[in-house]
Design a protein around this ligand. Structure first.
Ligand code: ZN
Length: 161
Protein backbone atom coordinates (compact mmCIF):
# COMPACT_ATOMS: atom_id res chain seq x y z
CA UNK A 1 0.00 0.00 0.00
CA UNK A 2 1.31 3.43 -0.86
CA UNK A 3 0.40 6.92 0.27
CA UNK A 4 -2.37 8.18 -2.01
CA UNK A 5 -5.81 9.77 -1.80
CA UNK A 6 -8.14 8.33 0.88
CA UNK A 7 -5.37 6.61 2.83
CA UNK A 8 -4.73 7.38 6.49
CA UNK A 9 -1.02 7.79 7.10
CA UNK A 10 0.72 7.61 10.49
CA UNK A 11 4.18 9.09 10.65
CA UNK A 12 6.82 10.45 12.94
CA UNK A 13 8.53 13.70 12.11
CA UNK A 14 11.17 16.08 13.25
CA UNK A 15 10.75 19.63 12.04
CA UNK A 16 13.76 21.90 11.57
CA UNK A 17 14.14 25.46 10.36
CA UNK A 18 16.54 26.61 7.64
CA UNK A 19 19.46 26.83 10.07
CA UNK A 20 18.90 23.30 11.34
CA UNK A 21 17.31 24.13 14.70
CA UNK A 22 14.74 21.57 15.84
CA UNK A 23 11.34 23.24 16.22
CA UNK A 24 9.09 20.30 16.90
CA UNK A 25 9.10 16.53 16.95
CA UNK A 26 6.50 13.79 17.28
CA UNK A 27 9.03 11.18 18.35
CA UNK A 28 8.39 11.39 22.08
CA UNK A 29 4.66 10.86 21.60
CA UNK A 30 2.22 8.98 19.34
CA UNK A 31 2.84 9.30 15.63
CA UNK A 32 0.72 11.86 13.86
CA UNK A 33 -2.11 10.59 11.62
CA UNK A 34 -3.73 12.39 8.73
CA UNK A 35 -6.01 11.72 5.81
CA UNK A 36 -4.04 12.02 2.59
CA UNK A 37 -5.43 14.28 -0.13
CA UNK A 38 -7.63 16.28 2.25
CA UNK A 39 -5.33 19.21 2.99
CA UNK A 40 -4.84 18.15 6.63
CA UNK A 41 -1.12 18.89 6.52
CA UNK A 42 0.88 21.61 4.78
CA UNK A 43 0.80 21.24 0.96
CA UNK A 44 4.55 20.70 0.52
CA UNK A 45 4.62 17.86 3.02
CA UNK A 46 1.50 16.22 1.59
CA UNK A 47 3.14 16.30 -1.85
CA UNK A 48 6.37 14.78 -0.49
CA UNK A 49 4.34 11.94 1.10
CA UNK A 50 2.69 10.88 -2.15
CA UNK A 51 3.69 7.37 -3.24
CA UNK A 52 5.72 6.55 -0.11
CA UNK A 53 5.43 3.18 1.70
CA UNK A 54 5.33 2.14 5.36
CA UNK A 55 8.90 1.98 6.68
CA UNK A 56 10.14 4.68 4.29
CA UNK A 57 12.10 7.52 5.78
CA UNK A 58 12.96 10.70 3.97
CA UNK A 59 13.73 14.32 4.38
CA UNK A 60 11.70 17.06 2.66
CA UNK A 61 12.66 20.71 2.50
CA UNK A 62 9.65 22.91 1.91
CA UNK A 63 9.57 26.54 0.84
CA UNK A 64 7.30 28.95 2.76
CA UNK A 65 4.80 29.12 -0.13
CA UNK A 66 4.12 25.39 0.32
CA UNK A 67 4.32 25.51 4.13
CA UNK A 68 2.75 28.24 6.28
CA UNK A 69 2.83 30.95 3.61
CA UNK A 70 4.74 34.17 3.36
CA UNK A 71 4.69 36.75 6.09
CA UNK A 72 2.19 39.56 5.61
CA UNK A 73 3.29 42.76 7.34
CA UNK A 74 -0.35 43.89 7.42
CA UNK A 75 -0.86 41.24 10.08
CA UNK A 76 1.41 43.16 12.43
CA UNK A 77 -0.85 45.49 14.37
CA UNK A 78 -0.90 47.87 17.29
CA UNK A 79 -3.65 47.01 19.75
CA UNK A 80 -4.72 49.23 22.68
CA UNK A 81 -3.91 47.53 25.99
CA UNK A 82 -7.43 48.21 27.25
CA UNK A 83 -8.75 45.86 24.57
CA UNK A 84 -6.70 43.09 26.12
CA UNK A 85 -7.85 43.45 29.71
CA UNK A 86 -8.38 40.23 31.57
CA UNK A 87 -5.41 38.47 30.03
CA UNK A 88 -3.08 39.42 32.89
CA UNK A 89 0.49 40.56 32.47
CA UNK A 90 1.56 40.58 28.85
CA UNK A 91 5.13 39.91 27.85
CA UNK A 92 7.12 39.76 24.65
CA UNK A 93 6.87 36.44 22.80
CA UNK A 94 3.59 35.51 24.47
CA UNK A 95 0.79 34.00 22.35
CA UNK A 96 -2.58 35.69 22.86
CA UNK A 97 -6.07 35.03 21.58
CA UNK A 98 -7.52 38.28 20.31
CA UNK A 99 -11.14 38.79 19.31
CA UNK A 100 -11.54 40.38 15.91
CA UNK A 101 -14.48 40.86 13.55
CA UNK A 102 -13.31 37.63 11.87
CA UNK A 103 -13.39 35.73 15.18
CA UNK A 104 -10.61 34.76 17.56
CA UNK A 105 -7.10 34.87 16.14
CA UNK A 106 -3.82 33.85 17.69
CA UNK A 107 -1.18 36.53 17.77
CA UNK A 108 2.38 36.72 19.04
CA UNK A 109 3.31 39.71 21.21
CA UNK A 110 6.18 41.64 19.64
CA UNK A 111 6.40 44.67 21.93
CA UNK A 112 4.57 45.91 25.01
CA UNK A 113 4.22 49.67 25.45
CA UNK A 114 2.44 51.76 28.05
CA UNK A 115 -0.85 51.99 26.18
CA UNK A 116 -0.44 49.66 23.24
CA UNK A 117 0.82 46.23 22.36
CA UNK A 118 2.33 45.36 18.99
CA UNK A 119 1.13 41.95 17.93
CA UNK A 120 1.92 39.72 14.97
CA UNK A 121 -0.96 37.68 13.54
CA UNK A 122 1.24 35.76 11.11
CA UNK A 123 1.67 32.06 11.78
CA UNK A 124 4.90 31.69 13.78
CA UNK A 125 6.33 29.59 10.94
CA UNK A 126 5.18 31.91 8.12
CA UNK A 127 8.02 32.94 5.82
CA UNK A 128 10.21 30.06 6.93
CA UNK A 129 11.76 27.30 4.88
CA UNK A 130 11.12 24.07 6.79
CA UNK A 131 12.71 20.64 6.70
CA UNK A 132 10.80 17.58 7.85
CA UNK A 133 12.57 14.31 8.64
CA UNK A 134 9.79 11.78 8.22
CA UNK A 135 9.36 8.09 9.09
CA UNK A 136 6.21 6.51 7.70
CA UNK A 137 4.86 4.15 10.35
CA UNK A 138 1.59 2.87 8.90
CA UNK A 139 -0.73 3.32 5.94
CA UNK A 140 -4.34 2.13 5.97
CA UNK A 141 -7.58 2.67 4.08
CA UNK A 142 -9.66 5.55 5.38
CA UNK A 143 -13.05 4.59 6.79
CA UNK A 144 -16.12 5.98 5.07
CA UNK A 145 -16.63 8.29 8.03
CA UNK A 146 -13.09 9.61 7.82
CA UNK A 147 -13.41 10.30 4.10
CA UNK A 148 -16.70 12.08 4.76
CA UNK A 149 -15.24 14.18 7.58
CA UNK A 150 -12.05 14.93 5.66
CA UNK A 151 -9.71 13.91 8.48
CA UNK A 152 -8.30 10.87 10.27
CA UNK A 153 -9.79 9.48 13.49
CA UNK A 154 -8.13 7.47 16.25
CA UNK A 155 -4.71 7.90 17.89
CA UNK A 156 -2.78 10.82 16.46
CA UNK A 157 -5.82 11.92 14.42
CA UNK A 158 -8.82 14.14 14.98
CA UNK A 159 -10.42 13.82 18.41
CA UNK A 160 -14.12 14.65 18.48
CA UNK A 161 -14.21 14.23 22.26
ZN1 ZN B 1 -14.34 13.25 12.21
Amino acid sequence: MIVEKDKVVSFHYTLKNSIGEELESSRERDPMSYLHGAGNIIPGLEKAMEGKKAGDNFSATIEPEDAYGLRNEKNVQRVPLKRLKGVGKISRGQILNVQTKQGAVQVTVLKVGRFNVDVDGNHPLAGQQLTFDVDIIEIREASEEESKHGHAHGPGGHDHG
